[in-house]
Design a protein around this ligand. Structure first.
Ligand code: CO
Length: 336
């Protein structure tokens, strides 16, 4: 607990054990035992997973041991399926989202499902978001791009405008990192590709003029501390002024849009967390852990709890208050 309010972890993932086989081109699940399964992709093993992906009891026990009051439970991005045809992507999203409700049902105040949407089709994406928000999801997780389109693509902006109007928080997660033999070693797609992808998404939101076009009320959060964005804000700011002819498509320089978005805290290093708090603001950092995956932080929120530079009021905001602002009406209720 933090000041009586539940600590909220906004960045966790699930995989439903009841995932059906939907044919080639769609991730499938090979069940090994009661507690183990393998996500298969294109006939090869993509990731071995355990019961913490789907079992509420396991998750709740881990949350209790980590001191987490509530988890936002989001799809594992390999299921986004933005390259699939729209009919199939709609079907995948509906099954995923309905199964997320089942996973979270045992503890409605502590397991808060986020949906996925077929973002390659803005009308279908808006319709699925409407359906899910009415069904009990607390928001939506989207990938940071759709093929070669970034977050400034017209269809994505339409979707973000819709989410903003609906009051549905949006969590942006990198996925579909560029493929190259150079990125196939050392988990480079995860260690270099993901932070760069998220940085690119924020660049697209800013320089693509998205923040100028979506409602101020849109609540949007970027995974992994916003990737490499905070470290390179100064470089973008300089470029916006010096090469305005090339990148000056936003109404204002990049620093103007600080305050329009949240980032999570899963950066593992106190110096990085400090840079984040200094750069995006102490109101704009929320706890994320990337639970239950091995590149996540355990215990969840450990860095925020022990960071020596945070005063107690700021720590409380990052542990609980900021996530409540991000989630809005679907935030866990006050403990006191
Ligand atoms: Co993640």
């Amino acid at each position: 607990m933090a000041g009586g309010n539940p600590v909220v972890d906004v960045h966790t993932h699930y995989v439903p054990k009841g995932w059906p086989d939907l044919g080639p081109g769609t991730p499938s699940l090979r069940i090994e035992t009661e507690a183990d399964a393998v996500i298969m992709l294109g006939g090869r093993e993509f990731r071995r997973i355990q019961a913490d992906c789907w079992d509420a009891g396991t998750r709740l026990a881990d949350m209790d041991s980590d001191g987490i009051g509530a988890q936002v439970v989001s799809p594992t991005p390999v299921f986004f399926s933005y390259a699939a045809d729209v009919t199939q992507a709609v079907r995948i999203a509906r099954i995923m989202n309905d199964l997320a409700l089942e996973i979270c049902a045992p503890s409605p105040g502590r397991l808060l499902p986020m949906c996925q949407v077929p973002l390659q089709d803005p009308d279908a994406a808006c319709a699925e978001l409407d359906r899910c928000m009415a069904a009990g999801h607390v928001g939506v997780e989207i990938g940071n791009h759709v093929g070669d389109s970034d977050l400034d693509a017209a269809g994505v902006v339409t979707f973000l405008q819709h989410a903003g109007g609906l009051g549905a928080p949006v969590f942006v997660h990198p996925w579909d990192m560029p493929g190259s033999p150079r990125l196939d070693r050392w988990m480079a797609q995860w260690l270099v590709g993901m932070p760069a992808e998220t940085h690119l998404s924020l660049l697209a939101m800013i320089c693509g003029g998205v923040f100028d076009r979506v409602p101020e009320a849109l609540r949007i959060c970027f995974a992994h501390g916003g990737g490499s964005f905070a470290f390179w804000l100064g470089r973008m700011e300089n470029a916006w002024h010096k090469r305005h002819d090339v990148i000056g498509t936003s109404q204002c320089p990049p620093s103007h849009y600080i305050g329009r978005f949240f980032v999570d805290s899963v950066v593992f290093d106190e110096r990085a967390l400090r840079l984040l708090v200094d750069t995006v603001g102490s109101d704009r950092v929320v706890v994320g852990s990337d639970y239950p995956y091995p590149l996540g932080e355990r215990p969840a929120a450990g860095l925020v709890r022990k960071a020596s530079f945070l005063d107690e009021a700021t720590r409380e905001k990052i542990l609980a208050g900021n996530a409540r602002a991000f989630l809005g009406r679907n935030a866990p209720q006050d403990a006191g």
